[in-house]
Design a protein around this ligand. Structure first.
Ligand SMILES: C[S@@+](CC[C@H](N)C(=O)[O-])C[C@H]1O[C@@H](n2cnc3c(N)ncnc32)[C@H](O)[C@@H]1O
Length: 221
């Protein structure tokens, strides 16, 4: 994404109920409930809105936060904009998660809306399981795209959705850029993880502005 668009997007996230009312409070509660200090890998960390809001309130429970994104402009923006003045340490990684190997094991992997941009395959799910310590979790935040398809009466899309093949062209409400979202059917995602020795711990449905989304916790246990 171009820097000007990232800027616009980042600013508009202040009004985004998904991140402000669901994702950030959920993450903070999760982090505070941990009995130990944790390391986090945020895949598709974008402009850094999540860690910018989570790190200062994490009461130093995060010892290392890896913010990974394949878009160099996102990484540069995130580096410049996030003045971290607390004890947690952040590392910025410019990489495509589908191509790289990450050589650390972490306590928590965050996938916040990044699964709107790529489809995880078996290789990816297997890799993720290797990046997790024992009993560590992946938290997936993902909107319910089926709701969009049904609401828009896009019944031609429904067949593609059923076949797990849909790219949903959607105007980003913040930047107005039209871009193809990848539709990841929730149960297909779950299949990918469970086939690679990961277990589904919980699926929570949330709603903001009449739109449904899911928080899925997957555990390596
Ligand atoms: C919708 S944004 C979400 C940003 C952030 N997680 C948030 O919730 O604010 C998705 C991000 O995932 C990144 N991304 C998409 N595919 C990726 C991949 N294969 N590897 C790493 N990052 C990826 C994009 O560059 C983009 O910054």
């Amino acid at each position: 994404m171009k820097i000007a668009q990232i800027n616009k997007w980042h600013k508009s996230l202040n009004k985004d109920c998904y991140r402000n009312d669901i994702i950030i409070p959920f993450l903070l509660q999760y982090i505070h409930s941990q009995k130990k200090y944790i390391t986090i890998l945020d895949i598709g960390s974008g402009s850094g809105y999540i860690h910018q809001h989570v790190l200062p309130k994490s009461k130093s429970k995060i010892i290392r936060y890896y913010a990974l994104d394949k878009d160099i402009n996102m990484i540069n923006f995130s580096k410049k904009n996030n003045i971290i003045n607390h004890s947690a340490k952040i590392s910025f990684l410019h990489a495509n998660i589908l191509d790289v190997n990450f050589f650390k094991k972490v306590d928590l992997i965050i996938l916040s809306f990044s699964l709107l941009e790529f489809k995880p395959n078996q290789k990816f799910c297997k890799k993720l399981s290797k990046y997790l310590k024992k009993n560590a979790s992946i938290l997936i935040f993902i909107p319910d795209i089926l709701q969009d398809i049904l609401e828009k009466h896009e019944f031609s899309s429904l067949k593609k959705y059923i076949d797990n093949k849909l790219f949903f062209k959607k105007r980003n409400k913040f930047t107005k850029v039209v871009f193809p979202f990848v539709v990841n059917r929730t149960e297909k995602l779950l299949e990918c993880f469970t086939a690679n020795n990961l277990q589904i711990k919980s699926i929570v449905e949330k709603e903001c502005l009449n739109k449904k989304s899911y928080i899925i916790e997957v555990v390596n246990g």
